[in-house]
Design a protein around this ligand. Structure first.
Ligand code: NAD
Length: 488
C-alpha cells in the first residue's frame, strides 16, 4: 500500500500527529493508499507558510508577467503527468478513466487561460470631481486562499480555483476531500518540480469537521473557495463570516432537463442519459429531473429506458465501461435510500431500482416516472444514477416546474424552436442553461449557482476578481488644506 505525505512549505511531511487513514478503491472495495491525518497544527503550519510566501520571497517578487509565465508552465507540467494523475483519480473515486483523463488533460487550459490574464489585471485612473487631487485604483491579491474540494472531480474543480488564485498573486492551502486526496498530493509535487516556490501551494489532508473547519477559521486565511454540498457550504459561509473572509461557494443542484415535443428526440434522449447516468450521476450539474412535454412523454421514456438499460457497468479503467461504481459506501447507502423514498412516495419505477447484480458499490441506472415536483425525489439532491421524470403540458408549466426548486445550478432545454429556446433561457433561474446540449463546461464560460446552488462564479475573465481586492490611492497635487473638521 502506498503511503502519502502532506505537502507544506515545499516539503513532503507526515501529519504532526503521526497518523494516517486509508483511502479506498471503490471498484475493488479495498484500501489502496494511506493519507496523512492532518491536525490543527498542520493547518497552522500550512497557512503560515502560505502567508510568508505572500509577503516576501520569490513568489511575492515576481512581476505579473513572470508570474503568468510560471502559471502557464504549471499547465505544461500537468499535461506531462496527466495519465498518471487520472489513474490516481480513478483509483480513488471509481469514475471512468475516459472521464477523468478527459478532465485532467483539460485542466492545463485553466492554467494557460488565467496565466495569460496575470499581467492584464489593470487599475484605473479616476476622472475625479475634485480639483487638486489625483487618484487611481489598483488590484491586489486577497491573500491566503483556502481551497476546499469534493471527491467527484478533484483536480478539475481544484484547477478552477487554484489557476485563478495563483494568477492573481495569491497563495493557497488546499484541503481535498478525505475520499480523494491522493491526486491533489501528487499534483503538489508536480507543481513544485515545475518551479512553484515553497509555500505557494500547500496541501493539508484529513476530515472536514477538523482540518477543513480549522482552515476556514484560521485568521490568516482571507478567502475560502469551496465546492461541495450545500449543507457544508452553509456551514462554511457562517464560519467565514466571523472575520469577514471572502467566500465563493459552488454547491449542489437538482437541475431540470426539459424536453419539448418539437425536439429532436434522439438527441434529447442522449442528453438525458448523459445528464444523469454519466459519472454515475455524481456530478453537481446532473440533470436529475427530466421534464417531458406530455405528447412525447411515452416515446421519450421508452427510448430512455432502452438506452439506459443497456449501459455497461464494470471496471472504470476499461474503455467499454459506461457506468462505474458509486464512490463511497455512505453515498451508495444514500442513493439506495432515495430509491426507497421515491417508491414510498408513489413514483413509478420504470428502470433499475436497486443494487446491481454484480455487487460492490454498483447501483442500477434507475428511472422513476409519474413523479410530482413536490416529492423528495424531485427536490433533494441524490448524487447518483436516479432520474425523476415529470410530465408537463406547456411552456409556462415547464418554467414553473423548473424554477420550483431551492437549487439553480444548471438546466437543459431541448427544442427546435429558437424563439422558445431564448425565452426559456431568460425565464429559468439557474447559473447555466444549455440549449440542445448538456454538461458542457469551459475555462472561459462563467459557472456557478443561483439560490442554494452557491455564491459567486468561477471561470471566465471576471472570476479572477474573486481573488483580488481593489485599492484606491489619493494624491494631493495642490488642493487647499481647508477646514480640518469638514470632509474633503
Ligand atoms: P461535502 O460538502 O461533504 O465535502 C466537500 C469538502 O468539504 C470535503 O473536502 C470535506 O472534507 C469538506 N468539509 C466537510 N465539512 C467541512 C467543514 N465543516 N468545514 C470545512 N470543510 C468541510 O461534499 P462532497 O460529498 O465531497 O461532494 C458532493 C457535493 O458537492 C454535492 O452536493 C455536489 O453537488 C457538490 N458539487 C458541486 C459542484 C459545483 O461546482 N457546484 C461541483 C461538484 C460537486
Amino acid at each position: 500500500m502506498q503511503r502519502y505525505d502532506m505537502f507544506i512549505d515545499g516539503e513532503d511531511r507526515p501529519a504532526s500527529g503521526g497518523e494516517w487513514f486509508p483511502t479506498d478503491n471503490p471498484y475493488l472495495g479495498t484500501p489502496w493508499a494511506e493519507i496523512p491525518l492532518g491536525t490543527e497544527a498542520d493547518v497552522d503550519d500550512a497557512v503560515r507558510a502560505a502567508d510568508r510566501a505572500l509577503r516576501g520571497g520569490r513568489w511575492a517578487e515576481l512581476t505579473a508577467t513572470a508570474r503568468g509565465a510560471l502559471v502557464r508552465r504549471l499547465g505544461d507540467a500537468i499535461t506531462e503527468h496527466a495519465r498518471h494523475l487520472a489513474e490516481v483519480e480513478v483509483r480513488d473515486n471509481g469514475k471512468l478513466f475516459s472521464e477523468m483523463y478527459g478532465q485532467v488533460t483539460y485542466v492545463p487550459q485553466w492554467f494557460y487561460y488565467y496565466g495569460g490574464l496575470a499581467d492584464k489585471i489593470e487599475g484605473t485612473v479616476l476622472p475625479l470631481d475634485k480639483k487638486g487631487y489625483f487618484a487611481y485604483t489598483k488590484k491586489e491579491p486577497v491573500g491566503v486562499v483556502a481551497v476546499i474540494t469534493p471527491w467527484n472531480s478533484p483536480l478539475l474543480l481544484l484547477a478552477w480555483k487554484v489557476a485563478a488564485a495563483l494568477a492573481a498573486g495569491c497563495t493557497v492551502v488546499v484541503k481535498p476531500s478525505e475520499y480523494t486526496s491522493a491526486s491533489t498530493l501528487e499534483l503538489a509535487r508536480v507543481l513544485h518540480d515545475a518551479g512553484l516556490p515553497p509555500g505557494v501551494f500547500n496541501v493539508v489532508t484529513g476530515h472536514g469537521q477538523d482540518v477543513g473547519a480549522a482552515l476556514v477559521g484560521h485568521p490568516l486565511v482571507r478567502k475560502v473557495s469551496f465546492t461541495g454540498s450545500d449543507a457544508t457550504g452553509r456551514h462554511i459561509n457562517r464560519a467565514a463570516a466571523d472575520d469577514f473572509k471572502h467566500v465563493s461557494l459552488e454547491l449542489g443542484g437538482k437541475s431540470p432537463n426539459i424536453v419539448f415535443s418539437d425536439a429532436d428526440v434522439e438527441s434529447a434522449v442522449n442528453g438525458a442519459v448523459s445528464g444523469i447516468f454519466a459519472a454515475t450521476g455524481q456530478t453537481c450539474i446532473a440533470g436529475s429531473r427530466l421534464l417531458v412535454q406530455a405528447d412525447v412523454h411515452d416515446e421519450v421514456v421508452a427510448r430512455l429506458v432502452e438506452l439506459a438499460g443497456t449501459a455497461r457497468m464494470g471496471d472504470p479503467m476499461d474503455e467499454g465501461t459506461q457506468v462505474g461504481p458509486i464512490t463511497t459506501p455512505a453515498q451508495y447507502a444514500k442513493v439506495l435510500d432515495y430509491i426507497d423514498i421515491a417508491r414510498k412516495e408513489g413514483a413509478h419505477l420504470a428502470l433499475g431500482g436497486g443494487p446491481a447484480e454484480r455487487g460492490g458499490l454498483f447501483v442500477e441506472p434507475t428511472v422513476f416516472t409519474g413523479v410530482r415536483n413536490s416529492m423528495r425525489i424531485a427536490q433533494e439532491e441524490v448524487f447518483g444514477p436516479v432520474l425523476a421524470v415529470i410530465a408537463f403540458e406547456d411552456e409556462d408549466e415547464a418554467v414553473a416546474l423548473a424554477n420550483d426548486s431551492r437549487y439553480g445550478l444548471g438546466a437543459g432545454v431541448w427544442t427546435r424552436d429558437m424563439g422558445r429556446a431564448f425565452r426559456m433561457a431568460d425565464r429559468i433561474r439557474s447559473g447555466t442553461v444549455w440549449i440542445n446540449t448538456y454538461r458542457a463546461v469551459s475555462f472561459l464560460a462563467p459557472f456557478g449557482g443561483f439560490k442554494d446552488s452557491g455564491l459567486g462564479r468561477e471561470n471566465g475573465i471576471a472570476a479572477i476578481n474573486a481573488y483580488l481586492d481593489d485599492k484606491t490611492v489619493w494624491i494631493n497635487t495642490g488642493a487647499a488644506t481647508g477646514n480640518p473638521f469638514v470632509m474633503r
